[in-house]
Ligand binder design. Structure first.
Ligand SMILES: NC(=O)C1=CN([C@@H]2O[C@H](COP(=O)(O)OP(=O)(O)OC[C@H]3O[C@@H](n4cnc5c(N)ncnc54)[C@H](OP(=O)(O)O)[C@@H]3O)[C@@H](O)[C@H]2O)C=CC1
Ligand SMILES: O=C(CO)COP(=O)(O)O
Length: 298
Protein backbone atom coordinates (compact mmCIF):
# COMPACT_ATOMS: atom_id res chain seq x y z
CA UNK A 1 0.00 0.00 0.00
CA UNK A 2 1.17 3.57 -0.75
CA UNK A 3 0.98 4.93 2.78
CA UNK A 4 -0.28 8.49 3.13
CA UNK A 5 -1.00 8.88 -0.61
CA UNK A 6 -4.40 9.98 -1.93
CA UNK A 7 -6.11 9.33 -5.27
CA UNK A 8 -9.42 10.31 -6.85
CA UNK A 9 -11.12 7.64 -8.96
CA UNK A 10 -13.47 8.91 -11.68
CA UNK A 11 -12.31 11.91 -13.70
CA UNK A 12 -15.68 13.42 -14.56
CA UNK A 13 -16.66 16.96 -13.51
CA UNK A 14 -16.73 16.25 -9.78
CA UNK A 15 -13.72 13.95 -9.72
CA UNK A 16 -11.60 16.56 -11.51
CA UNK A 17 -12.77 19.34 -9.18
CA UNK A 18 -11.99 17.23 -6.11
CA UNK A 19 -8.60 16.32 -7.56
CA UNK A 20 -7.90 20.03 -8.08
CA UNK A 21 -8.96 20.86 -4.50
CA UNK A 22 -7.08 17.95 -2.93
CA UNK A 23 -3.88 18.90 -4.75
CA UNK A 24 -3.44 22.16 -2.79
CA UNK A 25 -1.94 20.63 0.34
CA UNK A 26 -0.36 17.45 -1.03
CA UNK A 27 0.19 15.50 -4.20
CA UNK A 28 -3.09 13.92 -5.31
CA UNK A 29 -3.40 11.26 -8.02
CA UNK A 30 -6.36 10.70 -10.31
CA UNK A 31 -7.54 7.73 -12.35
CA UNK A 32 -10.52 7.02 -14.58
CA UNK A 33 -12.03 4.57 -17.03
CA UNK A 34 -10.88 6.74 -19.94
CA UNK A 35 -7.25 7.92 -19.94
CA UNK A 36 -7.09 11.71 -19.61
CA UNK A 37 -4.44 14.39 -19.99
CA UNK A 38 -4.53 15.55 -16.37
CA UNK A 39 -1.52 16.12 -14.10
CA UNK A 40 -0.85 13.06 -11.91
CA UNK A 41 -3.17 10.81 -13.92
CA UNK A 42 -2.27 7.20 -13.02
CA UNK A 43 -3.61 3.78 -13.94
CA UNK A 44 -6.28 2.22 -11.77
CA UNK A 45 -3.91 -0.26 -10.19
CA UNK A 46 -1.72 2.59 -8.92
CA UNK A 47 -4.71 4.55 -7.64
CA UNK A 48 -6.17 1.54 -5.81
CA UNK A 49 -2.89 1.01 -3.99
CA UNK A 50 -3.09 4.47 -2.36
CA UNK A 51 -4.08 4.54 1.31
CA UNK A 52 -6.78 7.21 0.73
CA UNK A 53 -9.32 7.01 -2.11
CA UNK A 54 -12.05 9.43 -3.19
CA UNK A 55 -14.52 7.68 -5.51
CA UNK A 56 -16.52 9.92 -7.87
CA UNK A 57 -18.29 7.65 -10.33
CA UNK A 58 -22.06 7.72 -10.98
CA UNK A 59 -24.24 5.92 -8.43
CA UNK A 60 -25.70 3.48 -10.95
CA UNK A 61 -22.22 2.23 -11.92
CA UNK A 62 -20.84 1.68 -8.45
CA UNK A 63 -21.89 -1.91 -7.74
CA UNK A 64 -20.50 -3.24 -11.03
CA UNK A 65 -17.37 -1.12 -10.69
CA UNK A 66 -16.67 -2.40 -7.18
CA UNK A 67 -17.24 -6.02 -8.22
CA UNK A 68 -14.97 -5.71 -11.19
CA UNK A 69 -12.18 -3.54 -9.80
CA UNK A 70 -12.07 -3.20 -6.05
CA UNK A 71 -10.06 -5.29 -3.65
CA UNK A 72 -10.10 -4.15 -0.03
CA UNK A 73 -6.61 -3.67 1.28
CA UNK A 74 -7.42 -1.48 4.30
CA UNK A 75 -7.76 1.65 2.13
CA UNK A 76 -9.77 4.56 3.53
CA UNK A 77 -12.50 5.67 1.17
CA UNK A 78 -14.55 8.81 0.68
CA UNK A 79 -17.58 8.44 -1.61
CA UNK A 80 -18.47 11.52 -3.66
CA UNK A 81 -21.53 10.23 -5.60
CA UNK A 82 -25.12 11.36 -4.94
CA UNK A 83 -27.78 8.85 -5.91
CA UNK A 84 -29.68 5.68 -5.05
CA UNK A 85 -29.34 2.52 -7.14
CA UNK A 86 -32.43 2.33 -9.36
CA UNK A 87 -32.37 -1.40 -10.17
CA UNK A 88 -32.48 -2.45 -6.50
CA UNK A 89 -33.47 0.67 -4.52
CA UNK A 90 -30.37 0.00 -2.42
CA UNK A 91 -28.49 2.87 -0.77
CA UNK A 92 -24.86 3.39 -1.74
CA UNK A 93 -23.62 2.90 1.82
CA UNK A 94 -25.25 -0.57 1.84
CA UNK A 95 -23.64 -1.45 -1.49
CA UNK A 96 -20.23 -0.26 -0.28
CA UNK A 97 -20.68 -2.19 2.97
CA UNK A 98 -20.22 -5.42 0.98
CA UNK A 99 -16.69 -4.30 0.17
CA UNK A 100 -15.49 -1.84 2.84
CA UNK A 101 -16.06 -1.85 6.63
CA UNK A 102 -17.79 1.14 8.28
CA UNK A 103 -14.62 2.22 10.02
CA UNK A 104 -12.89 2.80 6.65
CA UNK A 105 -15.55 4.74 4.75
CA UNK A 106 -17.13 8.19 4.60
CA UNK A 107 -19.51 10.06 2.30
CA UNK A 108 -19.24 13.67 1.06
CA UNK A 109 -22.36 15.85 1.06
CA UNK A 110 -23.30 19.51 0.85
CA UNK A 111 -23.70 22.26 -1.78
CA UNK A 112 -20.77 21.98 -4.18
CA UNK A 113 -21.00 22.65 -7.89
CA UNK A 114 -17.81 21.24 -9.40
CA UNK A 115 -17.55 24.30 -11.68
CA UNK A 116 -17.09 26.56 -8.62
CA UNK A 117 -14.82 24.22 -6.65
CA UNK A 118 -12.46 24.02 -9.63
CA UNK A 119 -12.17 27.83 -9.49
CA UNK A 120 -11.20 27.59 -5.79
CA UNK A 121 -14.35 29.46 -4.72
CA UNK A 122 -15.22 28.91 -1.04
CA UNK A 123 -17.69 26.24 0.06
CA UNK A 124 -18.61 24.04 3.01
CA UNK A 125 -18.90 20.26 2.86
CA UNK A 126 -19.89 17.53 5.27
CA UNK A 127 -17.82 14.37 5.60
CA UNK A 128 -20.23 11.76 6.92
CA UNK A 129 -18.89 8.61 8.53
CA UNK A 130 -19.56 6.26 11.39
CA UNK A 131 -15.91 6.79 12.21
CA UNK A 132 -14.63 10.16 13.42
CA UNK A 133 -11.13 8.98 12.45
CA UNK A 134 -12.18 8.99 8.81
CA UNK A 135 -13.28 12.62 9.16
CA UNK A 136 -10.06 13.58 10.98
CA UNK A 137 -7.85 11.92 8.39
CA UNK A 138 -9.62 13.17 5.25
CA UNK A 139 -10.45 16.69 6.48
CA UNK A 140 -6.76 17.55 6.72
CA UNK A 141 -6.42 16.94 2.96
CA UNK A 142 -8.97 19.64 2.07
CA UNK A 143 -7.71 23.09 1.02
CA UNK A 144 -8.29 26.28 3.00
CA UNK A 145 -11.15 27.41 0.73
CA UNK A 146 -13.26 24.38 1.75
CA UNK A 147 -14.64 24.22 5.27
CA UNK A 148 -15.44 20.67 6.37
CA UNK A 149 -17.94 19.51 8.98
CA UNK A 150 -18.33 16.10 10.56
CA UNK A 151 -21.55 14.11 10.81
CA UNK A 152 -22.31 10.52 11.79
CA UNK A 153 -25.62 10.54 9.90
CA UNK A 154 -24.50 8.64 6.81
CA UNK A 155 -27.99 7.60 5.73
CA UNK A 156 -29.38 11.14 6.21
CA UNK A 157 -26.63 12.69 4.09
CA UNK A 158 -27.05 10.06 1.44
CA UNK A 159 -30.80 10.47 1.18
CA UNK A 160 -30.57 14.27 1.18
CA UNK A 161 -27.90 14.32 -1.56
CA UNK A 162 -29.83 11.89 -3.74
CA UNK A 163 -33.34 13.28 -3.14
CA UNK A 164 -32.40 16.89 -3.89
CA UNK A 165 -31.49 15.82 -7.44
CA UNK A 166 -35.07 14.67 -8.04
CA UNK A 167 -36.39 17.91 -6.53
CA UNK A 168 -34.02 19.92 -8.75
CA UNK A 169 -35.67 18.28 -11.76
CA UNK A 170 -39.07 19.35 -10.36
CA UNK A 171 -37.81 22.89 -9.81
CA UNK A 172 -36.43 23.07 -13.36
CA UNK A 173 -39.84 21.99 -14.65
CA UNK A 174 -41.46 24.73 -12.54
CA UNK A 175 -39.12 27.33 -14.06
CA UNK A 176 -39.60 25.95 -17.57
CA UNK A 177 -43.38 26.23 -17.24
CA UNK A 178 -43.05 29.85 -16.00
CA UNK A 179 -45.06 29.07 -12.87
CA UNK A 180 -43.43 31.91 -10.94
CA UNK A 181 -41.23 32.27 -7.88
CA UNK A 182 -44.09 31.65 -5.40
CA UNK A 183 -44.70 28.23 -6.91
CA UNK A 184 -40.99 27.43 -7.03
CA UNK A 185 -40.41 28.38 -3.38
CA UNK A 186 -43.46 26.33 -2.34
CA UNK A 187 -42.19 23.35 -4.31
CA UNK A 188 -38.71 23.55 -2.80
CA UNK A 189 -40.05 23.97 0.75
CA UNK A 190 -42.50 21.07 0.39
CA UNK A 191 -39.71 19.08 -1.25
CA UNK A 192 -37.60 19.58 1.84
CA UNK A 193 -40.45 18.31 4.02
CA UNK A 194 -40.89 15.35 1.67
CA UNK A 195 -37.24 14.30 1.69
CA UNK A 196 -37.19 14.58 5.47
CA UNK A 197 -40.30 12.36 5.73
CA UNK A 198 -38.66 9.82 3.41
CA UNK A 199 -35.44 9.99 5.44
CA UNK A 200 -37.27 9.52 8.74
CA UNK A 201 -38.42 6.10 7.57
CA UNK A 202 -34.76 5.08 7.21
CA UNK A 203 -33.79 6.57 10.59
CA UNK A 204 -32.09 9.66 9.13
CA UNK A 205 -31.73 12.63 11.49
CA UNK A 206 -34.02 15.62 10.99
CA UNK A 207 -31.13 18.05 11.55
CA UNK A 208 -29.31 16.65 8.50
CA UNK A 209 -32.12 17.87 6.25
CA UNK A 210 -31.99 21.38 7.72
CA UNK A 211 -28.24 21.76 7.27
CA UNK A 212 -25.71 21.75 4.43
CA UNK A 213 -26.51 18.22 3.18
CA UNK A 214 -30.26 18.86 2.90
CA UNK A 215 -31.46 22.46 2.65
CA UNK A 216 -27.99 23.68 1.61
CA UNK A 217 -27.66 21.38 -1.38
CA UNK A 218 -31.36 21.58 -2.25
CA UNK A 219 -31.40 25.39 -2.36
CA UNK A 220 -28.28 25.37 -4.52
CA UNK A 221 -29.35 22.73 -7.01
CA UNK A 222 -33.04 23.62 -7.26
CA UNK A 223 -32.27 27.27 -8.06
CA UNK A 224 -29.58 27.17 -10.71
CA UNK A 225 -29.11 26.27 -14.35
CA UNK A 226 -25.61 25.19 -13.28
CA UNK A 227 -27.33 22.02 -12.05
CA UNK A 228 -27.63 19.20 -14.60
CA UNK A 229 -30.76 17.93 -12.86
CA UNK A 230 -32.37 21.37 -13.00
CA UNK A 231 -31.58 21.53 -16.72
CA UNK A 232 -33.24 18.13 -17.22
CA UNK A 233 -36.38 19.67 -15.69
CA UNK A 234 -36.16 22.72 -17.96
CA UNK A 235 -35.91 20.45 -21.00
CA UNK A 236 -38.89 18.35 -19.93
CA UNK A 237 -41.00 21.50 -19.49
CA UNK A 238 -40.03 22.53 -23.01
CA UNK A 239 -41.44 19.22 -24.27
CA UNK A 240 -38.08 17.69 -25.19
CA UNK A 241 -37.75 13.91 -24.93
CA UNK A 242 -35.68 12.58 -22.02
CA UNK A 243 -33.46 10.78 -24.53
CA UNK A 244 -32.60 14.05 -26.32
CA UNK A 245 -32.08 15.93 -23.03
CA UNK A 246 -29.61 13.33 -21.79
CA UNK A 247 -27.81 13.22 -25.14
CA UNK A 248 -27.37 17.00 -25.05
CA UNK A 249 -26.32 16.98 -21.39
CA UNK A 250 -23.44 14.52 -21.92
CA UNK A 251 -22.94 14.31 -18.13
CA UNK A 252 -24.75 12.37 -15.44
CA UNK A 253 -28.04 13.69 -13.98
CA UNK A 254 -28.50 11.35 -11.02
CA UNK A 255 -32.07 12.50 -10.32
CA UNK A 256 -33.36 10.62 -13.37
CA UNK A 257 -32.45 7.19 -11.98
CA UNK A 258 -32.93 8.18 -8.36
CA UNK A 259 -36.59 9.03 -9.12
CA UNK A 260 -37.09 5.34 -9.96
CA UNK A 261 -35.34 4.26 -6.76
CA UNK A 262 -37.47 6.60 -4.62
CA UNK A 263 -40.65 5.36 -6.30
CA UNK A 264 -39.64 1.75 -5.56
CA UNK A 265 -38.85 2.46 -1.92
CA UNK A 266 -41.92 4.67 -1.39
CA UNK A 267 -44.21 1.96 -2.75
CA UNK A 268 -42.50 -0.76 -0.75
CA UNK A 269 -42.61 1.10 2.57
CA UNK A 270 -45.74 3.19 1.90
CA UNK A 271 -44.02 6.57 2.26
CA UNK A 272 -45.91 9.62 0.99
CA UNK A 273 -43.64 11.24 -1.65
CA UNK A 274 -45.95 13.18 -4.02
CA UNK A 275 -43.33 15.41 -5.70
CA UNK A 276 -40.87 12.61 -6.44
CA UNK A 277 -43.78 10.51 -7.71
CA UNK A 278 -44.83 13.20 -10.21
CA UNK A 279 -41.21 13.66 -11.35
CA UNK A 280 -41.04 9.93 -12.07
CA UNK A 281 -44.33 10.08 -14.01
CA UNK A 282 -43.10 13.08 -16.05
CA UNK A 283 -39.83 11.26 -16.81
CA UNK A 284 -42.02 8.40 -18.07
CA UNK A 285 -43.99 10.75 -20.35
CA UNK A 286 -46.74 12.43 -18.29
CA UNK A 287 -47.50 16.03 -19.29
CA UNK A 288 -45.94 18.32 -16.60
CA UNK A 289 -49.07 20.52 -16.65
CA UNK A 290 -51.17 17.51 -15.59
CA UNK A 291 -48.66 16.84 -12.81
CA UNK A 292 -49.08 20.41 -11.59
CA UNK A 293 -52.87 20.00 -11.46
CA UNK A 294 -52.49 16.71 -9.57
CA UNK A 295 -50.01 18.17 -7.08
CA UNK A 296 -52.30 21.11 -6.29
CA UNK A 297 -55.43 18.95 -6.04
CA UNK A 298 -54.03 16.17 -3.81
N1 LIG B 1 -20.65 17.76 -10.82
C1 LIG B 1 -20.94 18.19 -9.59
O1 LIG B 1 -21.04 19.40 -9.37
C2 LIG B 1 -21.15 17.22 -8.48
C3 LIG B 1 -21.37 15.87 -8.71
N2 LIG B 1 -21.60 15.02 -7.67
C4 LIG B 1 -21.85 13.60 -7.91
O2 LIG B 1 -20.65 12.97 -8.34
C5 LIG B 1 -20.95 11.87 -9.20
C6 LIG B 1 -20.17 12.01 -10.49
O3 LIG B 1 -20.62 13.21 -11.10
P1 LIG B 1 -19.78 13.99 -12.21
O4 LIG B 1 -18.35 13.77 -12.04
O5 LIG B 1 -20.25 15.39 -12.17
O6 LIG B 1 -20.31 13.26 -13.52
P2 LIG B 1 -19.72 13.28 -15.00
O7 LIG B 1 -20.82 12.85 -15.89
O8 LIG B 1 -19.01 14.55 -15.27
O9 LIG B 1 -18.60 12.14 -14.96
C7 LIG B 1 -18.86 10.84 -14.56
C8 LIG B 1 -17.58 10.04 -14.73
O10 LIG B 1 -17.82 8.73 -14.24
C9 LIG B 1 -17.05 7.81 -14.99
N3 LIG B 1 -17.84 6.61 -15.25
C10 LIG B 1 -19.05 6.52 -15.83
N4 LIG B 1 -19.43 5.25 -15.91
C11 LIG B 1 -18.43 4.51 -15.37
C12 LIG B 1 -18.23 3.14 -15.17
N5 LIG B 1 -19.14 2.23 -15.56
N6 LIG B 1 -17.09 2.75 -14.59
C13 LIG B 1 -16.15 3.63 -14.22
N7 LIG B 1 -16.29 4.96 -14.38
C14 LIG B 1 -17.42 5.39 -14.95
C15 LIG B 1 -16.71 8.46 -16.32
O11 LIG B 1 -15.33 8.38 -16.42
P3 LIG B 1 -14.54 8.46 -17.84
O12 LIG B 1 -14.67 9.90 -18.25
O13 LIG B 1 -13.16 8.08 -17.47
O14 LIG B 1 -15.18 7.52 -18.81
C16 LIG B 1 -17.19 9.90 -16.18
O15 LIG B 1 -16.20 10.85 -16.47
C17 LIG B 1 -22.47 11.87 -9.38
O16 LIG B 1 -23.04 10.98 -8.46
C18 LIG B 1 -22.87 13.30 -9.01
O17 LIG B 1 -24.19 13.40 -8.51
C19 LIG B 1 -21.61 15.45 -6.39
C20 LIG B 1 -21.38 16.77 -6.09
C21 LIG B 1 -21.11 17.75 -7.11
O1 LIG C 1 -24.71 17.93 -6.42
C1 LIG C 1 -24.43 18.93 -7.01
C2 LIG C 1 -24.07 20.18 -6.32
O2 LIG C 1 -24.00 20.02 -4.92
C3 LIG C 1 -24.46 18.95 -8.51
O3 LIG C 1 -25.76 18.93 -8.96
P1 LIG C 1 -26.09 18.46 -10.45
O4 LIG C 1 -25.65 17.02 -10.56
O5 LIG C 1 -27.56 18.63 -10.61
O6 LIG C 1 -25.31 19.33 -11.40
Amino acid sequence: MRKGQIAVIGAGKWGQALHFALSFKQECFISSRTKKDIKNFVDLEYALSCEYLVIAIPAQEIRAWLKENFKFNNQKVLVASKGIEASSGEFLNDIYANFIPDKNIGFISGPSFAAEVIKALPCALVLNSKSKDIYDEFSKFFPDFIKTYYSKDVIGAEIAGAYKNVLAIASGICEGLNLGKNAQASLIARGLVEMQRFGKHFKAKKATFLGLSGAGDLFLTANSTMSRNYRVGLGLAQGKSLKLILEELKEVAEGVQTATAIEKLSNKYKIYTPIAKEVKLILDGKNPKDSLKDLIKN
